[in-house]
Write a protein of this length. Sequence first.
Length: 85
Amino acid sequence: GLLTIGPRFGGALDDAANMFAGARDSGISPKDFIEKMKKTNQLIMGIGHRIKSLANPDQRVVIIKEYAKKHFKSTPTLDFALEVE
């Protein structure tokens, strides 16, 4: 749907999920992942939005997080992303 029509229009959610899943699958800790991204001067998808923040969250993301936590027994990629956040 609307969340997957491209990186500038919400599709960044897919890129962020792929990035976090790859990092988690590699066995790296969230802290080490952040340090690696800083050292290599790479952006962490879904982090650092100019307008949205923890204090002013994107409601689409809030809904997706709540849905995942409610409907899935395990959310390892989401949990990893939340630790990075």
